[in-house]
Design a protein around this ligand. Sequence first.
Ligand SMILES: Nc1ncnc2c1ncn2[C@@H]1O[C@H](COP(=O)(O)OP(=O)(O)OP(=O)(O)O)[C@@H](O)[C@H]1O
Ligand SMILES: [Mg+2]
Length: 512
Amino acid sequence: MPTASDIVLEAAGIEKSFPGVRALDGVALRVRAGRLVALLGENGAGKSTLMNILSGVYPPDAGTIRLDGREVRFANPREAQALGIGIVHQELNLVRYLSVAENIFLGREPLTVTGLIDYRKLHADTAAVLKRLDLAVAPGTLVADLRVGQQQVVEIARAVSAEARVLILDEPTSSLSAHEVEVLFGVIAELKSRGVAIIYITHKFEELARVCDDVTIMRDGRVVGEALLTELTRDAIVRQMAGREAKEVFQKSPAVLGSEILRADEITLPGEGAGRPFLVEKVSLSLRRGEVLGVFGLVGAGRTELLETLFGLHPERSTGRVSVNGQAVNFTSPRDAIAAGLALAPEDRKRDGLVLPMSVAANASLASLDRTLRGGLVSESREAAYITPYIERFRVKTPSLHQLIVNLSGGNQQKVILAKWLATSPKILLLDEPTRGIDVNAKREIYAFIDELARAGLGLVVVSSELPEILALSDRVMVLCEGRKTAEFSRADATPERVLHAALPDLAAIVS
Ligand SMILES: Nc1ncnc2c1ncn2[C@@H]1O[C@H](COP(=O)(O)OP(=O)(O)OP(=O)(O)O)[C@@H](O)[C@H]1O
Ligand SMILES: [Mg+2]
């Protein structure tokens, strides 16, 4: 049993308000040496805000933080880091046009005797930490040239290399491949054995059994439960997160299929530069009204690129034929695709989804400008009237429609992306990882909504790397592996084993 003397970090009575939002209302948290506490809670519960306070991003309005029993105050993140608190933020925080090495050691670069940056040591130290995280990229590579999952590993490398005593990981696996997740879990085990205290935020319950010792559950800015993981059931966690009984599990309604609404033949997208010659290679698909086509594949399988190509995002490079409602189409931009009734809700919310310095209302109506313009200008009242039902439908947690989107919690930003694309009233909806960063209860609501849209006669293509999600939602499952379609299953035939098998490039190599 852990004892009080193991407590490395202790926060008590933490309060934090933002205009219109009481984000933290008297929160206490304890973290012990060599143990991992999972911090759970619905979207907007206050998890990231608490972590921002513990890592010096904001001062609390009230409350204390103690490190080894001594009260500390951080004027900025650098002071927290100097005292041994490392953090991997929920949103990527790298300088895109610096190298991997420069990012990892930013602000603490090794210097030569003459006071210049010692690049030789910088690169050697970087190579060592990258090896620990099994990331095969050169230290001099620009971060902008890495894929999102690799950037996430670089962030983890930065926190790990600082030899923190308290390590905060805020949804660290949201864009990692299965292999990268395994490596991270290995590093976590090693850090725990060396006495590092870890705070871990996740919406993926299956991760808990792998890494977690203690659980703290937050709701509406308060801590509502603390226990050992072994004392809790999944249902008990969900109930405490929501403050009510868990609703029934999602049940897909039987599909009522109409005519073919989308057809694609031999879609091909060549790669750029080094790497695979084809990101998508001769993929064909057919989608009917009322149908949900699930696309499963591991990170890097070409799922996102397939959706992007269908949506007219790669007109110069891609080849293949697409028809909508039996009519051949040739989209030269997403504008053409939107006009033909398509919508694509992308996975990477910072890059293509949202305009951070704009309001919730402006972001949500950005793809439906034709409905909110008056005399060539956006009418705020029309915008609000048009978008409100969608914001309510997804229960976006925001003090008002005028709140800047950057101030919403990660999961609530994701909900705004879904609202934005639904507001275009599409006939064909392409969803790329629609529930990334969404809490368990909200996930079920989104599944029910996808089901409702299909019943209303839309055709939907849903990409996900979560197999249970694909199996729950889809009428048909298509599997991609390394850019190629490797299998297609009806709902009845789509067993987890079959789908996974088709998604893995070389089963033997992974099992051994
Ligand atoms: N800088 C800010 N300005 C205004 N409001 C903020 C700010 N940061 C957070 N909030 C609000 O505080 C509340 C808690 O947000 P927080 O990001 O801590 O939630 P979370 O538990 O991390 O949720 P998620 O699981 O979606 O990431 C939300 O209502 C959010 O909109
Ligand atoms: Mg968060």
